[in-house]
Design a protein around this ligand. Structure first.
Ligand code: HEM
Length: 109
């Protein structure tokens, strides 16, 4: 059964664009992972400063395999670090992992 893993990243109000920029720079980093079904980066449209990375996985094991893989660490390292340079400061001031499964719903016809 599909599992939903949400990384809720809180940023300083002025840092949201930089977060979006960093995600855009890493697009595709997880696409080939076994059991990965897709993700969306959700930007708040009210005055909240918590962005949501909503990811979908075939099952819990597929998610755990990714989080514990070198690919996860690699995908979370900036280009500068990969080139041997210093890491840029993270834009997030806090992050939380939320875990969900689909309990109901419908799709428009
Ligand atoms: C649910 C799965 C995920 C977890 C647990 C996770 C974990 C994290 C954590 C702990 C941070 C640091 C937040 C902070 O700065 O406080 C982060 C940032 C980030 N993650 Fe993920 N992540 C997930 C999914 C993804 C995916 C699918 C991508 C894109 C392929 C991605 C790309 C990034 C980027 C670009 C950042 C910003 C790093 C920065 O500030 O430079 N993450 N993630």
């Amino acid at each position: 059964m599909t599992v939903i893993k949400i990384n809720a990243i809180t940023v300083a109000a002025e840092s949201g664009d930089e977060l979006a920029h960093r995600f855009a720079a890493r697009a595709g980093a997880v696409d080939d992972q076994d059991g990965f079904e897709g993700f969306e980066l959700l930007k708040p449209t009210d005055d909240r400063t918590t962005w949501l990375v909503v990811t979908r996985w075939r099952d819990e094991a597929a998610f755990q395999a990714w989080v514990n893989s070198p690919a996860f660490g690699h995908g979370h390292r900036s280009q500068a670090e990969r080139d041997g340079g210093p890491a840029p400061k993270p834009v997030g001031v806090n992050s939380e992992l939320w875990s969900y499964e689909i309990a109901g719903g419908s799709t428009a016809q």
